[in-house]
Design a protein around this ligand. Structure first.
Ligand code: FES
Length: 168
């Protein structure tokens, strides 16, 4: 990240703290707003928040790890959510998950590709059970997926990124 972007983001953090009047009781909305700025909760920013709100780093870390909504690591450029709710599960979403993990060389512990392009998440029902099994890529839902169509979708995204880079 270049320094002007990083300064701009840090200014946003200061604005967020001002908006919530540096109240420790507003820790959760503050963390949510910061995650919207960075896409995750950077360690150095959590340390800063700890000092600014006079809350121990361990308490902030506890909150950030308790809620699954928060993430402590940067996400990839594209976020793939594979639904593992009941309707998707019985329609073999597990096989899709396995195929995507294998294709992207990911595991339960490693959820973002080394090149930072893809992050894989599993989620409970996405509210589109009639289309099960469903995956959502960058907020766009794709229904009735199979392991093969999921992998093909990922490759189509890669190809589209390459084309955009070539014309940029
Ligand atoms: S269970 Fe997957 S969309 Fe509802």
């Amino acid at each position: 990240m270049n320094s002007s972007v990083s300064n701009q983001k840090f200014r946003c953090v200061c604005d967020i703290l001002d908006r919530y009047e540096h109240k420790s009781s507003a820790l959760i909305p503050i963390l949510q707003a910061i995650q919207e700025v960075y896409g995750y909760l950077p360690e150095d920013i959590m340390t800063y928040i700890s000092t600014a709100l006079k809350i121990s780093p361990s308490r902030i870390y506890g909150v950030a790890t308790f809620f699954t909504h928060f993430t402590l690591t940067p996400k990839g450029l594209h976020v793939i959510k594979i639904c593992d709710g009941t309707a998707c599960h019985v329609n073999r979403s597990g096989e899709i998950l396995e195929a995507v993990m294998k294709h992207l060389n990911l595991s339960d512990k490693k959820r973002t590709t080394d090149d930072g392009i893809f992050t894989l998440e599993t989620v409970a029902c996405l509210g589109a059970c009639g289309l099960a099994p469903v995956i959502v890529v960058d907020e766009k839902a794709h229904g009735q997926m199979t392991p093969d169509t999921a992998v093909a979708l990922i490759e189509a995204i890669r190809e589209s990124d390459r084309e955009q880079e070539a014309t940029a």
